[in-house]
Each structure stands twice: as C-alpha cells, then as structure tokens.
Design a protein around this ligand. Structure first.
Ligand code: 5GP
Length: 178
C-alpha cells in the first residue's frame, strides 16, 4: 500500500508555542539549582529536544544526552520489541533526568526504557513527550509533560517518520493512503 501526506494536524507555529510553554513549565518545576539532564530518544525526539532545551532559561544547568532505541520496523504498528542501538555518553546516577520522546503510543518503548534508566539510580526520572496517542496505550506510563494529545492516526513531520521519510517537515501531518 502506498501512502502520501495528508492534512496538517499541528502547524509549526502551534508546535513552537507549545514547546515554549512546556519549557517554561519544566523550568518552573525544577528551579535553577537543579541540574537537569535531557535524554532524547533518537531519532524522532532530536527535533523536539533541540527546540525544547533552547527555550530553557540561560541560568539553568542543562545537559543533553541521547539514546537510540527502536520498537518499530518500517510499518505503522509497534513490534513491541525494543532494542538499544546507542547508549548514553554519561552516567545518570544522582541526576535529575527528563526523558524526551516524540510520541507515546502503546507505551511499550517508554516503559521498557524507563525501567532500564531507573536501574541506573537517577535522583529523579521524568517523561516529556510531544505527542500522546492515549487511546492506544497497552501499558501504563507516567507522562509528566505532554505537548498534545492526538487521535489514533499515523502522523509524520517534526522528527516523526514513515519508513525513514518525512522527518524534515516543519509541520506535523497525517499520512493517508494513496
Ligand atoms: P510505543 O512503544 O509507545 O507504541 O511507540 C512509540 C514509538 O512509535 C515512537 O517513538 C514512534 O517511533 C512510533 N510511533 C507511534 N505512533 C506514531 C505515529 O503516528 N507516527 C510516527 N511517525 N511514529 C509513531
């Protein structure tokens, strides 16, 4: 089956506004004395994370690290299998960690990942997602910061891909059958 781009679900302006609000909330909750490590889940969340951290106040001690995991093949359904391709560069022991993910769907990827990171004894572990497809949840995940709740339809853009395509779009769009 072939797919093409559909309507815009979230415009670049709407995304930018919400990302700023989320950064303000995170800054408010964490204070300047708390050093924060933002852990981005590659590849999708890299786009969101880089915008998010640039909205954090200059006087905050902000660090950035990345991890690469995969739970999806080239299709649109979760395989439920999570593999680590690339681990963090630095230890998170005793750190205040915010895991940044592009989208939470079944929750399988995040819950697996959170279990793994919790075992490394961070001082705190929070979750920040841009998009939440809450209707699709198969396992409970505590989402501390959520950008937008969206319906159960496949979306691309702003880091989100379909079979490696369309990550570079500035707006988030639906994908529809050709
Ligand atoms: P979960 O384990 O929560 O089911 O899956 C999370 C991962 O599924 C995300 O990191 C993302 O890679 C992928 N995913 C889920 N829904 C969508 C979607 O609508 N569009 C895209 N591009 N990826 C999605």
């Amino acid at each position: 089956m072939a797919y093409k781009l559909g309507d815009v679900i979230l415009s670049r302006e709407t995304i930018a506004r919400r990302v700023k609000e989320m950064a303000e909330q995170i800054a408010k909750d964490n204070g300047t004395e708390n050093n924060l490590t933002f852990v981005g889940i590659l590849t999708g969340a890299a786009f969101f994370l880089t915008d998010l951290v640039r909205e954090m106040p200059e006087n905050m001690d902000v660090k950035v690290d990345f991890m690469s995991v995969a739970s999806y093949g080239d299709g649109t359904e979760s395989s439920g299998v999570v593999r680590i391709f690339h681990d963090l560069k630095s230890s998170i022991e005793g750190k205040n960690v915010i895991v940044v993910e592009d989208i939470v769907d079944s929750g399988l990827t995040l819950s697996h990942l959170l279990g793994l990171l919790q075992n490394r004894n961070p001082a705190s572990l929070k979750v920040c997602v841009l998009l939440d497809k809450y209707e699709r949840r198969k396992t409970e995940v505590k989402v501390d910061y959520c950008g937008f709740r969206i319906p159960d339809k496949f979306v691309v853009g702003y880091g989100l891909d379909y079979a490696g395509k369309w990550r570079h779009l500035k707006d988030i769009k639906y994908v529809v059958e050709e």
